[in-house]
Design a protein around this ligand. Structure first.
Ligand code: NAG
Ligand code: NAG
Ligand code: NAG
Ligand code: NAG
Length: 436
């Protein structure tokens, strides 16, 4: 049987890959300096300062990010469609969790966590001591914190959790996140963000987790719902924050998350923030067109229109890597891109279908939002191979096996921009700001 040794080799290769990608927290090559004031440093999960850096090749990293993105966009689509999509079995190789992390200190004395940022989620949770199935080895030891308390059943906070289950008079709940399910105990403790203590912050203490979407050291949701960080720090930060995300290709740099209205840019253009009452935590904006170079692409208006009933429209998301457009919008952008590239041979790479081995002559792409044009340069829309001269248009069509109606402006397109979420005034500001 000739094929046996080959399968065995393949299996061994797969196993060694699996090992390289598991979440045992590594020792990062650099240490993150202390955060000051109300500003937290933001690093990419694959940065050399991150213990989650998979140390994979460029091709593997890109393939992995694309697979994660697919799962995330399916998840976001399922949120707006209010139905679950088929569970996605990605296998353990795929670290399907948001890309950017910040340091948060929890408890008295403080224990430090690198929590994943997610602007499309309200929840905050941490893996806690004794957790079954949590992916990392850094767990919150609640018994060592003098300020820790469980949240009781029947409290106002417990009533805001969907389907709470009373267990020994404490509020517990189950929640899905991407392809994961978590079982958590609603808890409260002091957290410190940069130098700001937030006493009695309510979060989920994860006791059991399944699936591969749970970020190894917890999640910090920046959505707008009732139990969100924004709601719980209303008097301190007035539902205002901004971030600048560093490029994932410059692994040594940090961006920033600025909390509160004080240090925010004054000269910045805004577009109105739209609210889908069914999914209040998602940050919808009104995308009215896209330009490739100076040409406005012919996109059917229905592909971009906001519709609170169906969930259709465009969101700004920090957790998806590559912008996803619904099929007619993506096809129009891609076709114009290819037309501009003339007779050069188009190739594909991984999940990207518009790649070239010759220099790309398109200098900019513009997302035209209501009252705000966001013009991005090649660093924000070209994915360049580290080992070959190939560059790809770093966008894709929304997954086609669901009736997807959601466009997602993703983090690669936002890198090196300040994105300001001004919720009291219902608007999002965007301006270019190199932070990596
Ligand atoms: C919640 O999850 C736990 C642990 O997986 C499970 O035992 C329990 O039955 C779940 N409860 C509900 C209401 O789904
Ligand atoms: C990051 O820092 C390491 C160690 O200081 C250095 O070897 C590497 O060249 C740096 N990489 C970049 C992209 O600056
Ligand atoms: C495109 O590829 C074909 C087949 O490999 C080749 O013959 C042709 O010269 C290429 N065209 C350009 C413009 O590079
Ligand atoms: C955005 O660009 C379009 C097309 O170039 C232009 O018509 C429009 O006035 C611009 N909008 C803003 C707010 O600058």
């Amino acid at each position: 049987m000739k094929h046996l040794p080959f399968s065995l080799i393949l299996l061994l290769q797969l196993l060694s890959l699996t090992q390289a990608h598991t979440h045992t927290d590594n020792h990062p090559k650099c240490t993150l300096p202390e955060d000051r004031g109300s500003t937290l440093q933001v690093i990419h999960a694959y940065s050399s300062c991150s213990p989650f850096n998979p140390k994979a090749s460029w091709e593997e990293t890109v393939a992995q990010m694309l697979a994660q993105d697919r799962a995330r966009v399916l998840y976001l689509s399922s949120l707006v469609a209010r139905k679950s999509v088929a569970p996605v079995a990605w296998g353990r190789r795929v670290i399907q969790s948001p890309s950017y992390i910040v340091r948060v200190k929890v408890g008295t004395p403080p224990q430090s966590f690198l929590m994943a940022l997610d602007t499309s989620n309200d929840a905050a949770w941490l893996p806690c001591n004794g957790c079954l199935g949590c992916p990392g080895s850094t767990l919150f030891a609640s018994e060592k914190s003098s300020s820790f308390e469980g949240v009781g059943c029947g409290t106002p906070q417990c009533n805001q959790v969907t389907n709470p289950i009373c267990f020994q008079n404490l509020c517990t709940y189950n929640q899905t996140y991407g392809s994961s399910t978590i079982a958590a105990a609603l808890s409260q403790d002091t957290i410190v963000l940069a130098q700001d203590p937030i006493p009695n912050f309510v979060f989920g203490c994860i006791q059991k987790a399944t699936g591969s979407s749970v970020p190894p050291q917890g999640l910090l949701g920046l959505g707008r719902g009732p139990l969100s960080l924004l709601a719980q720090s209303q008097s301190l930060y007035q539902s205002t924050f901004s971030y600048c995300l560093p490029s994932f290709s410059s692994t040594n740099f940090t961006g920033s998350l600025r909390l509160g209205p004080v240090a925010q840019p004054k000269r910045i253009h805004f577009t109105p923030l739209l609210k889908n009452p069914r999914r209040p935590s998602l940050y919808y904006v009104n995308l009215i067109g896209i330009k490739v170079g100076r040409k406005t692409v012919d996109i059917p208006p229905s592909a971009l229109a906001f519709d609170a009933t169906t969930g259709a429209g465009t969101i700004i998301d920090s957790g998806t890597v590559y912008t996803r457009l619904v099929q007619p919008a993506y096809t129009a952008v891609r076709d114009e891109f290819r037309r501009r590239m003339g007779s050069a041979n188009v190739t594909s790479l991984g999940g990207f279908d518009t790649c070239y081995t010759v220099p790309i002559t398109i200098p900019t792409i513009t997302f035209m939002f209501q009252d705000l044009n966001m013009t991005v340069t090649q660093d924000n829309f070209l994915l360049r191979s580290a080992s070959t001269p190939t560059a790809c248009l770093a966008m894709a069509a929304a997954p086609d096996n669901v009736n997807s109606v959601l466009n997602v402006i993703a983090n690669m397109q936002q890198q090196n921009h300040r994105v300001l979420f001004d919720i009291p005034n219902s608007r999002i500001g965007i301006s270019r700001e190199p932070c990596s």
